[in-house]
Design a protein around this ligand. Structure first.
Ligand code: 13P
Length: 282
């Protein structure tokens, strides 16, 4: 159990017909809540943080916390850098011991995305870590600071990209976007099925917040093996705290701390059930 390579987790998910939840964290309370849900449901999980969030939660502090939580967990946990944009930050995460990193070159011209991704793959190899990259453009941005236009993945480009870069997991754009959806997403399952038919490696779905249970299940039955959840966790923790204040249940700091953990726990547990990862850590 404990800290594992993301590649192994996703290969097991491919064989077992489920997806692994990749939960973004900002602090210790979220880590505790998500690990509690994973241990209780016996689910393998990924703990992740995006480079853009490190201005709130410095890598030198949150990184060792995530790694220690993974090492002490009773279930397999991979620790992942989400949306790495600089070699410098990716290198720091690898030196700390992260077991996977994402390089997000989705906004770059194809050849540049391939060249940079290959550089990250060769860097990560030295640390035995897995690499995720993105082809096409997932809408929005991880922290909502820029409104990136969604551009669906071309199945032919996905095949070429996977072959030329040697990445372990590939994030695709099929109508998904980061943050809360303004209207219900219309996922392009036709594109997902075409990509899955031509690309052997596990596929990744970003922008998990707001996707329906039915669509999640269809995604993980069609080749998506890693599903990213960020906004829903932050909202669940914050919402539980707000409700606690409204009901007069928070009398001091440690009540607040408990509510944050509870929010992250409930949200993670719900997603583990939908992803069919329950019991897969056994
Ligand atoms: P959400 O914030 O929509 O859950 O997206 C998470 C994500 O894809 C992080 O990379």
């Amino acid at each position: 159990m404990s800290l594992v390579n993301m590649k192994t987790l996703l290969e097991n998910a491919q064989k077992g017909g489920y997806a692994v939840g990749s939960f973004s964290v900002a602090n210790m309370e979220m880590v505790l809540g998500i690990i509690k849900a994973a241990e209780e449901t016996k689910s393998p999980i990924i703990l992740q943080i995006a480079e853009v969030r490190l201005n709130h939660s410095p890598l030198a502090l949150i990184g060792p916390l995530m790694l220690a939580a993974a090492k002490n967990a009773k279930v397999p946990v991979a620790v992942h850098l989400d949306h790495g944009t600089t070699i410098e930050c990716i290198g720091k995460a690898l030196r700390l011991g992260f077991t996977s990193v994402m390089f997000d070159g989705s906004h770059l011209p194809l050849e540049e995305n391939i060249a940079m991704t290959k550089e990250v793959v060769s860097l990560a190899k030295g640390y035995g870590a897995a690499v995720e990259a993105e082809i096409g453009c997932v809408g929005g941005s991880e922290d909502g600071s820029v409104d990136i236009a969604m551009r669906c993945t071309s199945p032919d480009q996905a095949k070429l990209f996977a072959e030329r870069t040697g990445v372990d997991a590939l994030a695709i754009a099929i109508g998904n976007a980061h943050g809360f959806y303004k209207e219900a997403p219309q996922l392009r399952f036709d594109i997902l099925e075409k990509v899955a038919a031509t690309v052997d490696i596990p596929l990744v779905l970003h922008g998990g917040t707001g996707i329906s249970e039915e669509d999640f299940i269809r995604c993980h039955q069609s080749g998506i093996k890693k599903i990213n959840i960020a906004t829903a966790t932050f909202a669940a923790s914050e919402g539980k705290v707000r409700e606690g204040y409204e009901k007069g249940e928070i009398k001091g700091y440690y009540d607040l701390h408990q509510k944050e953990i509870q929010g992250a726990y409930e949200n993670a547990k719900k997603h583990m059930e939908i992803f069919y990862s329950v019991g897969k850590a056994e």
